[in-house]
Design a protein around this ligand. Structure first.
Ligand code: NAP
Length: 283
């Protein structure tokens, strides 16, 4: 597609951004729907984030995504946040409003939950284990507390203080006291009993962590769901070991596409066409 004088622009703000799959996802969707819009990734250093947001406002953007390290830092520069962004404490999507103001929201929780929706009934009253207590774990925790009713949601983190802070910040949503914290050495019993295990750490990712898994015991059962947020590689050690024991693997690419689809819908009012998007990702 050749940009014209009418082409709308959507941007990703982050640092680094060169590895991002978001341009491939959104540009495939724009093209499939014949929308005159283009999505580019902009590397924005922390010192220039305020100017970048002022630019979004001045240039009449279609929308923007925000990634590491700006998801929390962008909040003061925006005019308003949605309740989900407030609860998670981070913004991954900026939606320009008709009056020119900028609304920050977070589509990671919805993107995470989309692949789980068909399994939601099995999570009510069940134990869930989430490995990690960082930004992704916050979106996961929000989704699990608001979309299903687990009997117990155990955060397994190597930094207990971080997991405690995460649990405290969700206290208002944790009406039945289901959030618990466990150190990795004590995770096995929880993991064996869980209906769903979520990897929200970088363990298994391409590079230094590729041979690693958040659950070395890998004592999966066929009734379990294993959801890895890591999406490169598509099949991590965590998912391979889960599948080998008959558990159902859920891939991180589905969350990546899910959060993008939610943002795309907020910007364009149209559902993201998924087959061309998955083709563009080579999946
Ligand atoms: P983050 O904020 O840096 O949090 C990472 C978490 O993993 C922290 O709890 C961290 O513990 C823990 N961790 C890091 N290295 C570890 C290790 N060697 N052993 C055990 N725990 C370790 O990162 P994030 O944004 O939450 O992202 C986490 C993962 O999810 C990344 O792989 C990211 O690519 C993926 N993700 C995927 C999607 C998607 O759409 N599929 C969306 C968001 C994130 P400490 O605090 O102690 O360092």
């Amino acid at each position: 597609m050749t940009p014209t004088a009418r082409t709308r622009l959507a941007l990703l703000l982050g640092d680094p951004v060169a590895h991002s799959r978001s341009p491939a996802i959104h540009n495939a969707a724009f093209e499939a729907l014949g929308l005159d819009a283009v999505y580019l990734a902009a590397r924005v250093e922390a010192a220039h984030l305020g100017e970048a947001v002022a630019g979004l406002r001045a240039l009449g953007m279609l929308g923007a995504n925000v990634t590491i390290p700006h998801k929390q830092a962008i909040v003061p520069y925006l005019d308003a946040l949605t309740p989900v962004a407030e609860a998670i404490g981070a913004v991954n999507t900026v939606v320009p409003q008709p009056d020119g103001t900028l609304l920050g929201t977070n589509t990671d929780a919805a993107g995470f939950f989309e692949p789980l929706r068909p399994h939601a009934a099995t999570l009510d009253g069940a134990e869930v284990v989430v490995f990690g207590a960082g930004g992704a774990a916050r979106a996961v925790t929000y989704a699990l507390l608001t979309e299903v009713h687990p009997a117990r949601l155990t955060l397994v983190a190597r930094s207990p203080a971080k997991a405690t802070a995460l649990a405290q910040s969700f206290a208002a949503l944790d009406l039945h006291g289901v959030l618990h914290i466990a150190e990795p050495t004590l995770a096995d019993d929880h993991a064996r009993n869980a209906a769903l295990l979520v990897n929200a750490t970088p363990l298994g990712m391409h590079g230094a962590h590729e041979a690693a898994t958040p659950w070395p015991a890998a004592d999966f059962r066929p009734e379990q769901l294993a959801y890895d947020l890591v999406y490169a590689p598509a099949e991590t050690r965590f998912l391979r070991e889960a599948a080998a024991r008959g558990a159902t693997p859920l891939v991180g690419l589905a969350m990546l596409v899910g959060q993008a689809a939610e943002a795309f819908h907020l910007w364009t009012g149209q559902p993201m066409p998924l087959p061309p998007v998955y083709r563009a990702l080579g999946a």
